[in-house]
Every structure is written in structure tokens, then in C-alpha cells.
Write a protein that binds this ligand. Structure first.
Ligand SMILES: [Zn+2]
Ligand SMILES: [Zn+2]
Length: 279
């Protein structure tokens, strides 16, 4: 597995998205653990430690999987050139290399991506065969984090703000808040956090549903949009294709080893699985 040398985002919108996520994750972690949880439970009590352990596990998994998505090279430059030649079916004029099936060029990354799904603006890199596992776990962890944060915020924020249509309107027009309600910065910040939490839950929930559906169908976005079902090997093999042989353990940590049996070039199911002794 190759590590990308230049992993920084390449476009302006990628930079904005990356900065946003890099700010929001630590902010919510600090708020939920060091403001909300300490309010409800005495220091070092059973529930204090349980919340702290769970919150930290989710945060570490989210950040770890995001970094792995950014660092793991899933372009054709991360694959063995010999493998590419053996399974080439087209040629990319930009990369000047033969490309295998399911490989597409990304104009932002400026390279061909193995089993390209889409360009992830938060990671500033494409999602392909070799970092698909980390992207799925990043997305799922983020969704769980949003659910968990909303559960805590419902007890902490809701009693402190009288949320109604008028206060929601004030969030998008802060000047109204100052004019009509005085300068109550704390109330405003709490409402902003709650709205951000709900919006985050809606977005990560929708994206998780969509991408998990594709994983189980064995398709990437391009194939799904054109109803290509050639690479649907059955749900279990589809999971092995994305998460590796120990797919059932990959939720624990991005560091859990799980052999990637599909190299992103050879898509002959029987040959690949026999060779790696999976069947
Ligand atoms: Zn290319
Ligand atoms: Zn890309």
C-alpha cells in the first residue's frame, strides 16, 4: 500500500470543506465531553467514564479514517504497473498509462483512480478501491457522532434555549437577535451548535444510506447511475471487495489489518478469491 506524498487538498472548495471538518470535529468533541458530560455526571463516575470512552472512540475513529482516506494512494500510481498492463482495457492520455476496468480519471486529483467512486471534498481526494474502506468508516463514524451529539445536546441545549420558528429565524439573521433579544451570545452559540448538529445528522445520514446501498450492491456511483451490475458478486463478497477479508472487524479502527484481495485492476471474482484462498 502506497502513501500519497502530497496529500493536501488541491482546489479552493476542497480546502474550505477540509478546514470546516477540521474545525467542527474537535469543537463538538470538546463541547460534548468537557461541557455537557461534566454537567450531568460527577468526575470519574461510571457514566462519566463510559461517555468519555465512547465519545473518544468515535472521535479517534472518525479522524483516523479521514486521515487514512487522504493518505492511502488509490490512483494507478499506487498500483503495480505490471498488473495494470495485464488487465488494461483503455489508455488515459492525461496519465499516459494503460488503465483497467472501473478506473476513471479525476480532473481535480489529476490522475486515474482505481475503481473510482467520487471525489470527496472533505478528504480533498478521490474515493477508490484502496481507500474505500476508510471513507465508509469515516462517514459511518461521523453519522454515529452526530446521533450521539444530538442525544447529549437534547438534554443540555434544549432547556437553555426556547426553540421556535422565531428563534430559528434569528439564527440566520443574527442582527435580529441583538436588536430584539439583547446581546445573548451564549444562547446564540448554543442554537448554532444545535442547528449544525441537526444539519450534520441529515447530511451524514443521507450519504451513509446512499453509500452503504452501493457497497452492498457492489457498484460505484458511476455504475449505479448507469445501472451496471457486472460487479455485484453477492453481498458478502461485495463487503470483502471494499473492506478486505476481515471486513467484520474494520469498524474497530483504521489500524485493524484486513487484506485487500481486489487490487483494483483484476475483477475476475473466481480467480482473485481462489488466488487469495478466500473460497
Ligand atoms: Zn488518467
Ligand atoms: Zn479526485
Amino acid at each position: 500500500m502506497k502513501v500519497r506524498k502530497n496529500f493536501l487538498p488541491r482546489s479552493f472548495s476542497d480546502w474550505i470543506s477540509f478546514m470546516f471538518i477540521a474545525l467542527v470535529i474537535p469543537l463538538f468533541y470538546w463541547f460534548e465531553m468537557f461541557v455537557v458530560v461534566v454537567e450531568f455526571y460527577p468526575d470519574w463516575s461510571f457514566w462519566y467514564c463510559s461517555h468519555f470512552a465512547f465519545g473518544t472512540f468515535i472521535m479517534v475513529n472518525t479522524v483516523g479514517n479521514l486521515l487514512a482516506t487522504m493518505f492511502v494512494d488509490t490512483s494507478i500510481f499506487g498500483a503495480h504497473l505490471e498488473t495494470l498492463k495485464n488487465h488494461a482495457y483503455a489508455f488515459c492520455n492525461s496519465c499516459q498509462l494503460p488503465i483497467p476496468p472501473r478506473c476513471w480519471h479525476c480532473d481535480i486529483c489529476n490522475r486515474c483512480i482505481l475503481k473510482r467512486d467520487h471525489h470527496c471534498t472533505f478528504a480533498g481526494y478521490c474515493i477508490g478501491q484502496l481507500n474505500h474502506r476508510y471513507f465508509m468508516m469515516f462517514l459511518t463514524s461521523l453519522f454515529v457522532a452526530c446521533c450521539y451529539a444530538l442525544y447529549l445536546n437534547a438534554f443540555y441545549i434544549l432547556p437553555r434555549v426556547d426553540l421556535n420558528i422565531f428563534t430559528l429565524f434569528q439564527i440566520v439573521t443574527p442582527i435580529l437577535l441583538v436588536l430584539l433579544d439583547g446581546l445573548n451570545a451564549l444562547k446564540y452559540i448554543l442554537m448554532m451548535l444545535l442547528v449544525l448538529n441537526v444539519v450534520g445528522l441529515g447530511i451524514t445520514g443521507t450519504l451513509s444510506y446512499f453509500h452503504w446501498k452501493l457497497v452492498f450492491k457492489g457498484a460505484v456511483s458511476f455504475e449505479h447511475n448507469r445501472d451496471i451490475r457486472r460487479y455485484n458478486f453477492g453481498w458478502r463478497n461485495n463487503l470483502v471487495c471494499v473492506f478486505g477479508t476481515r471486513w467484520y472487524l474494520t469498524w474497530i479502527s483504521p489500524f485493524v489489518e484486513s487484506t485487500v484481495v481486489f487490487n483494483g485492476a483484476d475483477w475476475d471474482l473466481h480467480r482473485v478469491l481462489t488466488k487469495t484462498k478466500v473460497i
